[in-house]
Design a protein around this ligand. Sequence first.
Ligand SMILES: Cc1ncc(COP(=O)(O)O)c(C=O)c1O
Length: 366
Amino acid sequence: MKADGIDVISFGAGEPDFNTPQPICDAAKDAIDAGFTKYTPSAGINELREAICGKLSRENGLEYYPSQIIVSCGAKHSVYNSMQVLVNPGDEVILIAPYWMTYADQIQLAGGIPKVVYASAESGFVPELAQIREAISAKTKAILINSPSNPSGAVLPDSILQGIAELAEEHDLWIISDEIYERLIYGTTFRSIASFSHNTKDRTITIGGCSKSYAMTGWRIGFAASPLPVAKAMSNFQDQVTSNPTSFAQKGATVAFNLPSESVEAMRVEFEARRDLIVGLLSDIPGVMISPPKGAFYAFPDISKCLLPGETDLDLAAFLLEKAHVAVVPGSVFEGKGHIRLSYATSRENIEEGVRRIKDALANRQ
Ligand SMILES: Cc1ncc(COP(=O)(O)O)c(C=O)c1O
């Protein structure tokens, strides 16, 4: 539609609309100029693995050796490596819905079976521990958590993290913790599950990266921090699949992970203001229900009361695109039916105009 000259407002993007901070770009440019354009060790250059250890120690209270850090081509690749080295055919991995759809596919690509636990909108998309306990079977290999969450923006409270850690210990399970949105939190605190105890750390793969925190989605740098045998397996696996992540992108990422956390605070503050704006505007639409998400940059309102008889969130997303020229993602793709996802990683003007269009389109068809 955009190619046809139609003015579409997109709430679809899963990436910050800011530029990568200049010192990071400069480091990558300098690396190219200095000829740092060859293969590197598959698991990443040592200075980057050290910078990630420094970040994990400073910000997450986690002590790792560089040998335990595997740098990959984005956090998505780190999740994939984790599945490939941990999951055997027939193993079950517990997933909390609504979830980033990549997880289910990556579990299946490893021959595993996603075991879905549904967190309700009323609970702020935080699951009950009893639900997770019920989902555990003799075949369960791991519990995958993503806090702050894409698509719901939910941040798991410490009590739930503690409970998940205890369940994992009791049933001897792995925890895969995707913390890619850790810096984007509003009015609450973030805690890495691996920091709960030594036992938890020894059964957790902590996944992070610079895509969302430093507006570096195109650089493709992510990491996994894990117990040494898992790290070695991931390194061997990655060696046969991609070799190293791009050499000069690693130099830029080294600068990113060494930056003080305040350096990206302005971006977080702007996202928080946009969250407040979009939540306020969406709650003004008759039938739309939303409580403020605590993290990431997605609003995930319940639009089930706006649906016509027989209509689904997929139909509504198609309707909004056709009639309002607004792109949203239907909740069903995240196993969150009756919802839509709107990324507020877009300008305040787009948020105001886009939500106004949604409101008008819905009002005019009733
Ligand atoms: C929950 C979650 N994890 C990981 C990623 C991917 O991060 P990266 O760009 O570092 O691969 C995304 C991107 O949308 C995401 O939403």
